[in-house]
Design a protein around this ligand. Structure first.
Ligand code: AMP
Length: 421
C-alpha cells in the first residue's frame, strides 16, 4: 500500500510517499516513491520541494500560511501529472504521522481517533515546542483525507520499556506523580529501526543481543537496547539531557542553572535558549554547530574546536561503558544519524583503545564505510560488533502504519516497568 508519511514542525511539513506492506517489511524491500518538504510556512516565500528518484528535484515558491494549506499543496504536487507520483489522491491508503511526545499514554503506535487526538493534546504540556505542530498537521490531514486511516507514531514510545530505576529522577517523588517529570527519551523510532537492522546485519535474533545505539545528528542520543527493549536512553524529560549536541549542552550539574540565573544578567527564557541553542558543539567551539565544520577547524589547529570534538566523543564513550554495565554485557555498538553515519573520525575517536572491552575497529572498513549502506566496521571475529546503519524514521512510520492496520503492532510496554503511584 502507498503510505503518506507526515512530519509537521513549527514552520515545516516534511513528507514521504512510501510503498510498503507486511511482505515488503519482511523482505526489507519497501520503496520511497517521493520525498519532500514545505518550509517557511507562514511567510510569503514558503518553499515546497519534491524529490522523486531518478528525476530532477522540483521546487515551488508560494505564500503558504498554515499547515492545512501546506498539506493541500503537498497533495496537489503529488498528483501533478508532470512532477507527481500518484494518479490521484485516492491512491494514498493510509497516513502515518510523526508525533514527538506520547508521554506515558502511548507505548506503541496507534490508529488515531478523536480519543487518541485528545490524549495527544494532553501531552502538549510535555512538548510545547513540538506536539502542537504535530497535532495541527494531524487534524488538517484527517480533514483533508477523511476516508483513510491515520496512524500516530511517537518518538517516545519505544523507550516506554525502561524500568523505573532508569526513568525516575532523584527528585521529590511528587514531581513525578504530579508533574509527570521523568525520563522519556526521544529518537525512539531511530533507535528501534537501527537495533533491528543491526540484528539483521549480524544474522542473529535481536532477542539474543545487547546493543548500544548511537543516534548522532544535530540532536544526539544513545540507547541501551537489551534483547529488543530500550532499557535506558540518554535524553531525558526533554531532549536536552545526555550527549553533547549541535547546540544543546547535554548532561549538566543542575545547580549551574540557578547559579547562572543569580550571577549573570539573564532571564529564564535567555537561559533556556543558552542551554538549548547556544551550547554544545557551537557553544564550546565558538565555530559552528555543524560537525563537518568542527572537524575542519580542528584539523587546522583550532583548539576549542578540538576540545568540542573531544568532549563529544568522550561522552559517547562513557555512555557505551555505562550501558554495557546496565545490560550486563555488550554485543554491538551501532552508529547512525548524520555524524554517526558519515564521520569515521568520530567513530574511531570514540572507540579508540576499547579493545579491553572487546571493541576493535577495522580501520580500513571504518574509513571506507560506503555512504548510505548498512556495514560492519569492526574487525571480523571481535566480541563486540560495530555497525553503521543509516537511519530512516519515515520508513519506521510507514511500517508501523502497515503494522497497526494489519493488527501486528507490538506494544513496547514491558510488564513490571510501572513506577509506584
Ligand atoms: P542530522 O541531524 O542527522 O542530519 O545530522 C547533522 C549532522 O551531521 C551535522 O552536524 C553535520 O555536520 C553532520 N555530518 C554530515 N555529514 C558529515 C560528515 N561527512 N562528517 C562529519 N559530520 C557530518
Amino acid at each position: 500500500m502507498k503510505v503518506l508519511v507526515l512530519n509537521c514542525g513549527s514552520s515545516s511539513v516534511k513528507f514521504q510517499v512510501i510503498e510498503t506492506s507486511l511482505e515488503m517489511i519482511e523482505a526489507n524491500a519497501d520503496l520511497t516513491l517521493a520525498r519532500g518538504a514545505v518550509e517557511k510556512i507562514g511567510l510569503s516565500d514558503s518553499r515546497l520541494s519534491l524529490d522523486v528518484p531518478d528525476r530532477k528535484p522540483h521546487q515551488e515558491i508560494a505564500e503558504i500560511l498554515e499547515h492545512r494549506a501546506a498539506i493541500e499543496r503537498v497533495l496537489k504536487v503529488l498528483v501533478n501529472p508532470e512532477h507527481g507520483v500518484l494518479g490521484n489522491v485516492a491512491e494514498i491508503e493510509a497516513v502515518g504521522h510523526r508525533v514527538v511526545h506520547g508521554g506515558e499514554k502511548f507505548a506503541s503506535s496507534v490508529l488515531v481517533n478523536p480519543e487518541v487526538e485528545a490524549m495527544i493534546e494532553e501531552c502538549v504540556v510535555l512538548a510545547p515546542l513540538h506536539n502542537p505542530h504535530n497535532l495541527r498537521g494531524l487534524t488538517a490531514a484527517r480533514s483533508l483525507l477523511p476516508g483513510v486511516p491515520h496512524i500516530a507514531v511517537f518518538d517516545t514510545a519505544f523507550h516506554q520499556s525502561m524500568p523505573p530505576k532508569a526513568f525516575v529522577y532523584g527528585l521529590p517523588y511528587e514531581l513525578y506523580t504530579r508533574q509527570a517529570i521523568r525520563r522519556y527519551g526521544f529518537h525512539g523510532t531511530s533507535h528501534r529501526f537501527v537495533s533491528i537492522r543491526t540484528a539483521n546485519l549480524l544474522r542473529r535474533p535481536i532477542e539474543d543481543l545487547r546493543i548500544v545505539t548511537c543516534h548522532l545528528g544535530n540532536g544526539c542520543s544513545m540507547a541501551a537496547v537489551d534483547r529488543g527493549h530500550s532499557v535506558d536512553t540518554s535524553m531525558g524529560f526533554t531532549p536536552l539531557e545526555g550527549l553533547l549536541m549541535g547546540t544543546r549542552c547535554g548532561d549538566l550539574d543542575a545547580a549551574i542553572v540557578p547559579w547562572v540565573l543569580a550571577m549573570e544578567e539573564v532571564t529564564l527564557a535567555q537561559l533556556n535558549a543558552m542551554l538549548n541553542k547556544h551550547s554544545g558543539l557551537y557553544g564550546v567551539s565558538g565555530v559552528s554547530s555543524d560537525m563537518r565544520e568542527i572537524e575542519a577547524a580542528c584539523a587546522t589547529g583550532n583548539k576549542r574546536a578540538c576540545l568540542a570534538l573531544d568532549i563529544f566523543c568522550y561522552r559517547i564513550r562513557k555512555y557505551v561503558g555505562a550501558y554495557a554495565a546496565a545490560m550486563g554485557g555488550l554485543d554491538a555498538v551501532t552508529f547512525t544519524g548524520g555524524i554517526g553515519e558519515n564521520s569515521p573520525l568520530i567513530r574511531a575517536t570514540t572507540l579508540a583503545g576499547m579493545d579491553f572491552f572487546g571493541i576493535e575497529l577495522d580501520e580500513d572498513a571504518n574509513r571506507n564505510a560506503p555512504r548510505g549502506k548498512e556495514v560492519l566496521v569492526s574487525r571480523p571475529g571481535t566480541r563486540v560488533a560495530v555497525a553503521v546503519i543509516p537511519t530512516n524514521e519515515e520508513r519506521v512510520i510507514a511500517r508501523d502504519t502497515v503494522r497497526v492496520l494489519g493488527g501486528v503492532m507490538p506494544s513496547f510496554a514491558v510488564a513490571g516497568t510501572d513506577a509506584p503511584r
